[in-house]
Design a protein around this ligand. Structure first.
Ligand SMILES: [Zn+2]
Length: 122
């Protein structure tokens, strides 16, 4: 029979044979594993929040009203821009992909040697 190990990775002991349907040796291990899982999710959400918030703050500063704003991406990064922090995408008629952060959309154009960030607000 295949060895089954406790899913509490800080324990990792082999599960007793009689615990055929269990994933943990006991309640403590179950709780510990749950805590570790929850911490991972919390850290992920925290990082996501931080990125989104940083982008939103920058966009509000650069473009408080409706319209369009173009900025060099290097300059935007210095001001806290994170191109991976968004939560939706749109395609415009020219097939450019726009990323969504609240009521803002941004688009990155390769304008070698640099890249340009376009921010749009309805
Ligand atoms: Zn255990």
């Amino acid at each position: 029979m295949k060895k089954r190990l406790c899913r509490n990775f800080s324990c990792g002991k082999e599960l007793p044979v009689h615990l055929t349907s269990a994933y943990h040796c006991n309640k403590e291990c179950y709780k510990q594993a749950k805590k570790i899982r929850q911490k991972k999710v919390d850290d992920l959400i925290k990082a996501f929040r931080k990125g989104i918030y940083s982008n939103y703050k920058l966009f509000e500063e650069l473009l408080p009203y409706s319209g369009r704003c173009i900025i060099d991406i290097t300059e935007a990064r210095v001001k806290g821009f994170d191109e991976h922090a968004y939560y939706g995408t749109l395609k415009d008629p020219s097939n450019n992909i726009w990323y969504t952060v609240g009521n803002y959309h941004f688009y990155i154009k390769d304008n070698t040697p640099s890249k340009l960030l376009t921010i749009y607000k309805k």
